[in-house]
Design a protein around this ligand. Sequence first.
Ligand SMILES: [Zn+2]
Length: 251
Amino acid sequence: METQTRRVALAVMAHPDDAEILCGGTLIRLRDLGWDVHICTCTPGDCGSTTENRWQISSRRTTEGATAAARIGATYHCLDERDCFVCYDKTTLAKMYDLFRRVAPTLLFTHAPRDYMCDHEQASYLARAAAFGHGTPNVSHFPLLPGTCIPHLYYCDTIDGRDPLGAPIQPTTRIDVTDVLERKLEMLACHVSQREWLQAYHGIDEYLDSVRRHTSQRGTECNVPCAEVFVQHRGHAYPKTDLLDQLLGGL
Ligand SMILES: [Zn+2]
């Protein structure tokens, strides 16, 4: 199905801040085009602190995620799974189907199917499954919204541009995020708990600096100052046209 009427983008990631790091600039550009943007994390980031218990840090981090999303007029969702326990199982999949029924995305971002952390891989698999299955009858109690379809699916870059065996990611789509880099970093800076932790650990603002370095590296590969890259899922039944390239003028 290639005809889409809705302009709704959804990023399904494992943890709070993954979306800002891996596709934040592209989400901002879509928002600027008038798209509805949603960010969902599988967990509330409950293992993201060395000093706070899981309830305290979860509360902080979901607030940070919602604040970052609100900064660009996006909506934040959390499936309330647990860090290091994200599983492709019936209960998590049911939550994912319900989310997709309510959001009905036409453009979907998730982690690379092979990534350094298993939470990321499981989130990717859950998102891919929900993309295919959420339109089928009886899979969720939430009604089908008009325009529900299998979304264009893009896998984000990995944190170091490599798969878990060290092979470089081969992007299909490259998006210039030079003009929105500062807004991407402002979104990321909303994750105060993680920025402070890394700052204390490294003694420098590694949280923002590492993202600056990686987007700059990706930009260098396509002759712009800053870029984000993606791999489009082009398997059977999924839309195969490069919608991101068409919308944002891929490099
Ligand atoms: Zn993560």
